[in-house]
Design a protein around this ligand. Structure first.
Ligand code: KG4
Ligand code: ZN
Length: 352
């Protein structure tokens, strides 16, 4: 089936056209069109996303991206004939930004008489690894699994018995890890968004030069905390104003990711010990997703630990880590097949 999907939960306006096949057991996604309009330049002067500015930009970008995909006049009509479903992100996200996408999708649904379903942004991230260039992924090789979702708004650890059956093990108690990257970048006077900037600078720094804390690393639970680490960086720079920024970036990245890797691997071990699946099978894979999963250092560090434990590692291709509509279309396909419906309003009843 062919799905047109819309993502406007934060500062990226994105539209994707997907050909979905394979059914629930072996879903397969062919990306026919995928467009992302970034608002980085608009929010950069403010050092973070301004919700109402994001909404304004989405309203401006949506018709432009739409025309690029559908064309106008007879071409537009022809393209719509092939569409089976419209999908739009309904949350979690910035409310004014979400509404821009929801209203746009509702209008399309009404005009062209096509069904519309809401997608959960975090399910989009979770299942984004299914958009594999290698084609369909055999679910028997994936589950039971442990998933680490790391973005600008979330840091969540899940244990999954199946693709759509999971338990939340833990989450951040304050800042999300992506937020910590962005805040540390601001402390170091790097441009917004800070995550990729920190990663770049860290490449030339010494990651063992400064001993930053690894919050909650020894706690038995699976929660995280990143606000204290950010404050440690702030105090370190105040007390050592001539410290090399690349060493701060590298040491911060080292600390922040150590906690993620350790807790993820511990979760896998414990899940295996208690028999991950109904049939008692052990954990087969680790899934990493969300904007921070674009960080090559984290991919390598977690990937190394996963390999050492002889597990499979699933990470989406680079372009599908940060916010994108392709993952929204993919999650819409899964939810359409299992008849799961989210209310068509911003942040309505969503939790992963
Ligand atoms: O998933 P995403 O695009 O948006 C949210 O749902 O929040 O994630 C954005 C977050 C930002 O905090 C950004 O700084 C971070 O992901 N990020 C990175 C990298 N690329 C994006 N953090 C560290 N290293 C990166 N390469
Ligand atoms: Zn996201």
């Amino acid at each position: 089936m062919r799905i047109i999907s819309i993502e406007t939960s934060c500062d990226e306006t994105s539209l994707a056209l997907l050909e979905c096949s394979g059914g629930f057991r072996a879903p397969k996604f062919k990306i026919l069109k995928h467009l992302v309009a970034s608002q980085i330049k608009v929010h950069e002067p403010f050092g973070g996303v301004v919700p109402n500015l994001a909404k304004r930009e989405h309203l401006k970008n949506l018709p432009v991206l739409y025309k690029k995909i559908f064309g106008i006049g007879p071409e537009e009509k022809r393209n719509w004939k092939k569409i089976d479903l419209i999908a739009v992100t309904v949350g979690p996200g910035l409310e004014p930004a979400l509404w821009a996408g929801i209203e746009f999708a509702k209008k399309l649904s009404k005009t062209w008489g096509k069904p519309l379903i809401g997608s959960n942004h975090m399910e989009g991230h979770l299942w984004s690894f299914l958009i594999s260039p290698k084609g369909k992924i055999d679910q028997k090789k994936i589950f039971p699994a442990v998933a680490l979702l790391v973005s600008g708004g979330h840091t969540i650890l899940l244990e999954l018995k199946e693709l759509t059956k999971w338990k939340r093990l833990g989450e951040t108690r304050d800042d999300a890890v992506g937020e910590a990257f962005d805040k540390v970048a601001r402390i170091l006077r790097l441009p917004y968004p800070g995550g990729p900037q920190i990663e770049k600078l860290a490449r030339v720094g010494d990651e063992n030069s400064i001993e930053f804390p690894r919050p909650m690393i020894h706690d038995k639970n699976y929660d995280f905390s990143y606000s204290g680490l950010k404050t440690s960086v702030l105090y370190y720079l105040r007390d050592n104003p001539t410290a090399k920024p690349e060493n701060i970036a590298a040491s911060f990245q080292n600390s922040a990711t150590d906690v993620l890797v350790l807790k993820t691997m511990r979760a896998a071990k414990e899940f295996s010990a208690k028999g991950g699946s109904a049939s008692g099978g052990k954990v087969k894979s680790i899934i990493l997703a969300g904007g921070v999963a674009a960080n090559k250092y984290l991919r390598k560090k977690l990937g190394g630990a996963v390999k050492k434990n002889k597990l499979a590692f699933f990470v989406p291709p680079f372009e599908f880590n940060t916010d994108n509509a392709a993952m929204i279309g993919a999650s819409a396909y899964i939810n359409y097949l299992r008849k799961k419906k989210y209310p068509l309003r911003a942040n309505g009843g969503l939790r992963i």
